[in-house]
Design a protein around this ligand. Structure first.
Ligand SMILES: *Cc1c(COP(=O)(O)O)cnc(C)c1O
Length: 490
């Protein structure tokens, strides 16, 4: 945890008072941090003398406070990537002008119309979507729309003289496969009266630097091909996926994943609910399968990952992508979601009930005032233990038996409603009325999967800011990036 989040977590009475007043679960956001993160991405641009924008991938969090805070950043430097009609409406209502908006993802007619109407850039998923957009523009007399061509399945020779081996980047449901780009260029030429190709784009859902560098190189070359045929793209949009390091200590992560393999083999007690293996299985004494886990320890993530990607010599052309972009006079767009909301928030939950598990009296079930949809760390394979915030301050541990293993279960009448399938170790057994804090949940964990099953309440969200030695809060929807002289939201 970085300082703002860490010091917020130390103010236990404040966090308890929020849960007492606003209920469980409760999401807490630090809007200032999202602006600092955007600035960190910008400093990577400056270091490499690159122009272009950082587009926040809105889908990572529904908050208004975060979007409004980003809207208040330098318009030339920070934009927003929206993936639905409602996200677009939300971005506009939070202060983003249409020219700072990128429309990505699958799109319906209404989404396309509003994006075109307000002058957003449309990140085209396919030739079919281009045809649909061109028709809309003609039928409704809209102005020419800026579009990016999203590409996928980058195929290239594996290195110089790669003996004919072809490397294919991962398959995607989205974007036009590079092998089918010719049809797209022809359609773009045909529709030049309605759309202007302003760049090429990709978004690869991988942590692999090599795969991303390969796609980036390929885009730079394809930009030249486009220019040669009279199209005039200016920007390469390399999507998101810069990642977050959730666990600082590599050894800790290493030990846990090793222990998981051992548990799957049965050479140590299970670490998970009913021996769940996160995708690993025991086949005759050998561990098989791949753990479906987010790599919680990342040696480089976020802006550092972007810096690395831009600096290291590309796999095919052997030059740093930043140099390629500069030489070809290309702007760079990025669409970070998770990385831009790193350290921006936490999720609080009340402990409702604590009881021993039936089969093992040393392990306990801790029932929480939330369900798995409210903090979907498991859904994303992010394994981070919550922090126990005891009511009434730290308490002695009379038994003195140290950490206790607990399973965290939710408030749904459903066997599968586990907040974590892992055994989680808390410094002592919690009591009803205590609060658990899941930290760093602003990226996807906080509201992406929240639902109304059983009419259980979905979390309220509040924005907090530091006011000297105290914290100020307001409902997320009431936050505006206005400050009075003490730096407190008005
Ligand atoms: C989800 C998504 C992003 C953001 O991905 P992160 O991993 O959160 O950075 C960016 N662009 C597109 C097109 C996406 O679908």
């Amino acid at each position: 945890m970085d300082p703002p989040l860490a010091s917020l977590l130390r103010d236990v009475p404040f966090l308890h008072s929020l849960v007492d007043a606003l209920g469980s679960p409760l999401n807490v956001l630090l809007p200032e941090v999202v602006a600092e993160n955007a600035e960190r991405f910008r400093s990577v641009y400056r270091r490499h003398h690159l122009a272009g924008r950082v587009y926040f991938a809105h889908k990572a969090n529904r908050s208004s406070a975060l979007v409004r805070r980003l809207a208040a950043c330098d318009p030339a430097a920070v934009g927003i990537d929206v993936a639905s009609l409602e996200e677009l409406r939300h971005a506009l209502s939070c202060g983003f002008t249409g020219d700072r908006v990128m429309a990505t993802g699958p799109k319906d007619r209404e989404f396309l119309w509003l994006a075109a109407r307000v002058g957003a850039t449309v990140n085209l998923d396919s030739t079919g979507e281009l045809e649909q957009l061109a028709r809309l523009v003609r039928e409704h007399g809209l102005g020419r729309v800026n579009v990016l061509a999203r590409l996928s399945e980058f195929e290239s020779d594996a290195g110089h003289g790669g003996a004919g081996t072809r490397v294919l980047s991962r398959r995607s449901r989205f974007g036009t496969p590079v092998a089918a780009a010719e049809e797209l260029w022809t359609a773009l030429e045909r529709h030049q009266d309605t759309v202007e190709l302003t760049g090429l784009a990709y978004h690869l859902d991988t942590t692999g630097l090599e795969e991303k560098a390969r796609a980036l190189e390929r885009c730079v070359l394809m930009m030249d091909e486009c220019r040669a045929r009279g199209l005039a793209p200016r920007a390469v949009d390399i999507g998101g996926g810069f990642g977050v390091g959730y666990v600082a200590d590599a050894g800790e992560w290493e030990r846990w994943t090793t222990a998981l393999s051992e548990a799957v083999l049965g050479v140590r007690p299970a670490l998970t609910w009913r021996g769940h293996g996160y995708g690993l299985r025991n086949e005759g004494g050998t561990v098989r399968g791949a753990a479906a886990l987010y790599p919680a320890h990342r040696p480089v993530a976020g802006p550092g990952y972007l810096d690395r990607l831009l600096s290291r010599p590309g796999p095919v052309l052997g030059r740093p992508p930043a140099t390629l972009l500069l030489e070809h006079l290309n702007d760079l767009y990025v669409e970070p979601g998770r990385a831009l909301v790193d350290q921006c928030g936490l999720s609080l939950v009340r402990v409702l009930d604590v009881r021993p598990t039936g089969d093992d009296p040393t392990r306990h079930l801790v029932r929480l005032g939330m369900n798995a949809g409210d903090v979907s760390l498991e859904e994303h394979g992010v394994l981070v233990d919550p922090v126990l915030l005891p009511r009434g301050g730290p308490r002695d541990d009379p038994a003195g038996d140290g950490p206790v293993g607990v399973h965290l279960v939710g408030n749904l009448c459903l066997e599968a409603d586990l907040i974590t399938r892992r055994l989680v170790y808390l410094p002592g057994l919690p009591r009803a009325g205590d609060v658990l804090a899941f930290v760093n949940t602003a990226g996807y964990a906080m509201d992406f999967h929240a639902h109304h099953a059983q009419r259980q309440p979905v979390a309220r969200t509040v924005a907090v800011s530091s006011a000297g030695d105290a914290w100020r809060w307001c409902p997320d929807e009431d936050y505006w990036p206005l400050t009075h002289p003490q730096g407190v939201p008005a």
